[in-house]
Design a protein around this ligand. Structure first.
Ligand code: CTP
Length: 153
């Protein structure tokens, strides 16, 4: 029985998250996901759209995930690895090299998975913002047009 552990915020759950979790699960027999709490995100300078409770609910509903635990500090990883008897720690390659020390500290394997290109929570937020801006511009245009019509009366 091989246990795999990964961490992330997983806000606005998207295809890049699914692909990461699918590959993480395929490294072993059980996948545990540490989902960053709102307080920990604040510490990292991140603000998620969905609350920790909702993000944990969504990640836990993914068929590749066996257990969701809260991630509330940078230091907890070694303790989690020992507590859950983790064999493999994995995370996207945006973190490459950053967690190699876990291998020396705990003896578990550390592997980095290639990120899915062209998608991120940041991109999704920008796309939504762009749609809102376009909508706003078109409403303002319509209001301006109406004003000109009224002025001509
Ligand atoms: N991930 C991935 N491919 C993507 C986006 C994320 O493999 N296109 C992975 C990350 O490398 C990480 C996990 O999914 O291991 C959770 O990433 P998270 O930071 O929650 O998602 P991002 O979309 O990267 O969020 P942000 O834009 O806020 O950084």
């Amino acid at each position: 029985m091989k246990t795999v552990l990964t961490y992330g915020t997983f806000d606005l759950f998207h295809a890049g998250h699914i692909r990461l979790l699918k590959r993480a699960r395929s490294l072993g027999d059980r996948l545990i996901v540490g989902c960053s709490t709102d307080e920990f995100n604040a510490l990292k300078g991140k603000q998620s759209v969905f609350s920790y409770e909702d993000r944990a609910l969504i990640v836990g509903a993914c068929k590749f995930v066996d257990l969701v635990i809260p991630e509330s500090s940078w230091q907890q990883k070694s303790d989690d690895i020992r507590k859950y008897d983790v064999d493999i720690f994995t995370i996207g390659d945006d973190w490459i090299g950053k967690f190699d020390h876990l291998s020396e500290e705990t003896g578990c394997a550390v592997t980095y998975l290639t990120r899915t290109p062209d998608i991120s929570t940041t991109d999704v937020k920008s796309a939504i913002q762009q749609l809102c801006d376009e909508k706003k511009r078109s409403i303002l245009g319509a209001v301006d047009h109406l004003r000109q019509c009224v002025d001509r009366l």
